[in-house]
Design a protein around this ligand. Structure first.
Ligand SMILES: [Zn+2]
Length: 141
């Protein structure tokens, strides 16, 4: 992944593969984003983000379960300096994807997550994934 379009493409593939759906959180500070080519944080569509709160929802059928799951995608700047400091950038892996997989609702196909494969040059970090800490792997392609 090298650009914002790549991120959007990746998210749509990921959503299909895992039967989840994600909303962009636009509330990022500029100082954060200037350190990256781009950075996007996606919230599970069951999160409280941009939704009527449960109390205010008269129909009582909100998707809002205050889900905490999110995907944080950063594409690091590829400069002489960052290449020197960061071996992943040197290896052509400037993108970092951090999953916070704490869905508090059923996923229609939870097991789909375990078959998830990155579809692009990306370094993926799972947080709290399957309860045994960090799993991390690299995908050259
Ligand atoms: Zn969720």
């Amino acid at each position: 992944m090298f650009s914002e379009q790549d991120i959007c493409k990746w998210i749509s593939i990921h959503s299909k593969q895992t039967n989840t759906s994600w909303c962009v959180n636009n509330k990022l500070s500029n100082s954060e984003s200037s350190r990256y080519v781009c950075r996007k944080i996606y919230m599970c569509h069951h999160s409280g983000f941009n939704k009527v709160s449960i109390d205010n929802n008269k129909k009582g059928r909100s998707k809002n379960t205050e889900c905490k799951a999110q995907i944080d995608i950063k594409i690091k700047l590829n400069t002489k300096d960052t290449r020197k400091k960061d071996k992943y950038i040197r290896d052509g892996l400037p993108a970092v994807v951090i999953f916070v997989n704490e869905h508090n609702h059923n996923l229609a196909s939870a097991e789909a997550l375990s078959f998830l494969r990155p579809t692009n040059e990306v370094r993926i970090i799972y947080e709290n994934y399957f309860n045994d800490g960090l799993g991390e792997y690299l995908s050259p392609l």
